[in-house]
Design a protein around this ligand. Structure first.
Ligand SMILES: Nc1ncnc2c1ncn2[C@@H]1O[C@H](COP(=O)(O)OP(=O)(O)OP(=O)(O)O)[C@@H](O)[C@H]1O
Ligand SMILES: [Mg+2]
Length: 394
């Protein structure tokens, strides 16, 4: 929407929730010349219409709770991406800790001088505008996680990588589940979505960013996900054409799009490859998987997929199973780019529906995935000649 950069224009805010002292603060903010209080609503659900449309510069949410109100934040985020400030009253040390990792700009413990609150609001609005300006004209990167074998850890890596990108790299991240028949990315994130990619592609009308936003589920870590269809038979309606358009639109709305896949080179996978910036090819220390990864590399070459975009990920790299990384590398004629250790924390977190990078950031697995997130978030200089590693022709 058309908010000018000029400092003379009032900052448009909306206040949801309530806490001790929030009513008086609202009155003071409404009287302040630098701000325009567009409205207030004690319940987030009553504010849906007012929050939507991208016209707000900052949203303030007031709470008496001692912990961060994740449900309310998710409710607000369904409608607006405006910077969010939490107003809290009373004992809030846990809330402050949680806020460090959450998608919010600031926490203000009431009572506060009105001028302090106005300053925090204007500062949040300013950084929000900067982020928006930086995003215009930029295209998100697509990172596709693939393996020709089932069970190699694609979904575990995709869900944790996407979580790390959103939470630790501060990227607007979409996790797209293209394991269209049996996708389980949402379950691994502990989400039970009611809308999926199927609903999106069968909905009438042109697909654009706003429409896409209506079909995504949001994880409290600030990550968006477009889940796989709920029924396997609905998979075939996600055609190559629809998917190509979906990826284009997603690139406009997000910095990073992480794609989880099934172990096949079918139509949707080929449409995804067309737009993929980094292909993470997941391998493990067993002979059949190495053989199939080698075949995949050959197929990718036949498809003219640039070898420079392929990064081999060795999952469960530390397991002692009579095969070493060097042997994998010589069989693939390609270096392993990322090693991910086997970690007991992984199956435990899968069963709890909470990605390890979020639940146990100190776990070895988490460190490896965070490192991977750092690398894929900063695009390498595409230097075709230098590091190209050709496969030997069969
Ligand atoms: N690094 C790891 N350490 C420990 N366990 C792991 C690791 N990677 C994967 N796993 C375990 O292996 C199981 C299978 O992983 P995952 O579901 O990610 O594989 P996949 O390649 O997506 O399989 P599918 O092809 O069936 O979709 C997970 O439930 C997880 O518990
Ligand atoms: Mg999977």
């Amino acid at each position: 929407m058309s908010h000018e950069n000029g400092s003379s224009e009032a900052t448009r805010i909306f206040v949801t929730g309530a806490c001790e002292g929030s009513a008086q603060l609202c009155e003071a903010l409404a009287a302040h010349p630098d701000l325009e209080v567009v409205g207030t609503a004690e319940e987030v659900r009553d504010a849906a219409g007012a929050l939507a449309g991208g016209h707000l510069n900052v949203v303030l949410h007031a709470t008496n709770a001692a912990t961060l109100p994740f449900d309310e934040i998710a409710g607000i985020r369904e409608h607006t991406r405006a910077p969010l400030i939490i107003l809290a009253a009373g004992e809030a040390s846990e809330l402050l800790d949680q806020a460090l990792d959450a998608d919010i700009s600031d926490v203000l413990l009431l009572p506060q001088l009105t001028e302090n609150v106005v300053f925090a609001v204007r500062k949040a609005a300013h950084s929000g505008r900067r982020a928006q300006a930086a995003a215009i004209g930029k295209k998100g990167r697509i990172v596709t996680v693939f393996s020709p074998k089932g069970g190699t850890g694609k979904t575990v890596i995709a869900t944790n990588l996407a979580s790390a990108l959103a939470k630790f790299e501060g990227k607007r991240t979409l996790l797209l589940d293209l394991d269209l028949q049996f996708g389980d990315a949402a379950i691994m994130l502990g989400l039970e979505p009611d809308k999926t990619i199927y609903d999106l592609v069968v909905a009438p009308g042109e697909l654009d960013s706003e429409k896409l936003a209506g079909y995504i589920a949001r994880h409290p870590a600030g990550l968006d996900i477009l889940p796989a269809p709920l029924r396997p038979e609905d998979a075939e309606l996600v055609t190559e054409g629809k998917l190509g358009r979906l990826l284009e639109v997603a690139r406009e709305s997000y910095d990073m799009i992480v794609v989880d896949t099934s172990p096949f080179f079918h139509g949707p996978m080929l449409a995804t490859l067309d737009q993929t910036d980094d292909l993470l090819l997941v391998c493990s220390l067993d002979v059949p998987t190495v053989k199939n990864v080698r075949l995949s590399l050959q197929t990718l070459e036949l498809l003219s997929f640039p070898t420079t975009k392929v990064q081999v990920v060795l999952n469960r790299a530390n397991t002692k199973v009579g095969m070493k990384q060097k042997e994998v590398e010589s069989a693939l004629e390609q270096r392993v780019r990322f090693q991910v250790p086997s970690d007991r924390a992984v199956p435990l977190s899968v069963n709890r529906g909470n990605p390890v990078v979020l639940a146990e950031s100190g776990a070895d697995f988490s460190k490896a995935v965070r490192e991977m997130a750092k690398v894929v978030a900063t695009p390498q200089q595409e230097d075709a000649g230098k590091k190209r590693r050709f496969l030997a022709k069969a």
